[in-house]
Ligand binder design. Sequence first.
Ligand code: NAP
Length: 522
Amino acid sequence: MTTLQSYLKGQWVSGQGHPTSLVNPSTEEVLATCSTGGLDFKGAVEFARQTGGGALRALTFAQRGAILRTLAKVIGDAREELIALGLSNAGNTRSDAKFDIDGAAATLNYYADLGTKLGEVKVLGDGEGVPMGRSARLYGQHVLTARHGVAVHINAFNFPAWGMGEKAAVALLAGMPVISKPATSTALMAHRIAQLWASCAALPAGAFSFVCGSVGDLLSHLGPQDVVAFTGSSDTALSIRRQENLARDSVHVNIEADSLNSSILGPDAVTGTETLNLFLTDVAKEITQKTGQKCTAVRRIYAPADRLDEVRDALVERLKDVRVGNPADEKTTMGPLATLSQLRDVRAGIDRLAAAYEVALGGSQPVEGQTRGAFVSPTLFVNRKPKPDATDPVNGHEVFGPVATLMPYSSTPELLALVAAGGGGLVSSVYGDDKAWLNEVVVGIAPWHGRVTISGEKVAGQTLPPGTVMPQLLHGGPGRAGGGEELGGMRGLSLYLQRTALQGPRPLVEALANVKPAATPT
Ligand code: NAP
């Protein structure tokens, strides 16, 4: 039996006490165990801050970018090995595992490129400078400098590679050392990446640490210059927000939590249009990719009331041939949920929705032919009388599996109220070509979302499914989604950089901020 270790203070160490098992969710075989009992998290935080932080801040953005490029290459070189771990430990199909692994490498490479663009500087100017006095000599300029703490990254079970890679990319580029903690249940892939990163010469000592197992008292050692970036459930997010030292010391906390993402079919996307085809393809993919265990997966589907049954039949047609099974079998198109405890939660969630709505496909019953493992069928509900509030179960609870609910809308104001009833989400996808309708809908739902995608005839063949998170654009959302913001190019760096207003003699301020002096008018 493999015992997974944590990487703290530049060494691989084992915890004491009762170990947690990592299981193959298809076969229920135990693959490895880990524990963090008794590990010196206080010492790990201090080592990362002092040794790792100091080393990273001595480098320029371009040099840190070069480190990220190496980290991406390490992941790319180990792709096949990592895919195998996704299949065994996370229930991923090959395609699901590639999505996770390639997403991690692509995000690291994106931020490597950004490092190159930012260049050989350690301090960044932020926005335009402003003359402050009567003469041009007294000048104000905002600058961004790396915080002198450690970035603790806590990730969910669904993206062990991408979750770790995207958070690490942004923090390391900003100049902050990272302590990364994946969800324990699917940690094998993240653990292997951590081993490869720890053994590659690119990372300075202390720049990267890895916790394999429970978070223990790690967060209690954080202070005013530290950062927490968390992805996971709203319940865990709330317990982090309530942690006394984090509140007292104003530790920067970014939360990515639940989301009842929506997909909206426009009235003009009628039978035979490319827009309808895009909508059906994307929705079916979002329900089944990673067995619906994506924070960005579609949970609520809205179609014009007079076409509800047509859309239901078309979706059922696309979903009915999904082959649920062990991803080790090449014919499998959707693997199991990540754990047996997720299976219990998802079945309970399906039963709750089934008590209120029509079942168009699937349900919580065991999948035919599967006697063990965390398997569940793709499940589509129809809610014919949606309510614009949280008393409607579809607006109150995220079922984190291949489960979505189709609902009608009769007018744009009604649609906007229904979408908003999700309480804030990561992404909504809108399908249509009527500019006036698109304008009203997109502007109406934007305040409730971190990202809105618009798909129609003009971009057919070029669109990305709405669940695909790109480093150029923000990931996060208001309200239920946690109120956080990750990625979004430069925007993601702001979590790790302190913005300071400098005020003083113009040449000095501009030199400190690495801002080129404006050309003197002749
Ligand atoms: P979870 O149970 O909240 O766990 C998330 C992470 O928090 C894990 O690493 C977990 O460690 C850790 N954790 C548990 N208790 C903690 C505590 N008291 N203090 C600090 N950390 C703690 O969530 P999950 O079941 O892994 O993930 C599913 C949820 O994540 C879904 O609701 C989904 O919507 C959400 N999610 C959101 C996004 C997004 O970007 N918005 C992305 C993916 C998933 P252990 O595993 O060791 O317990």
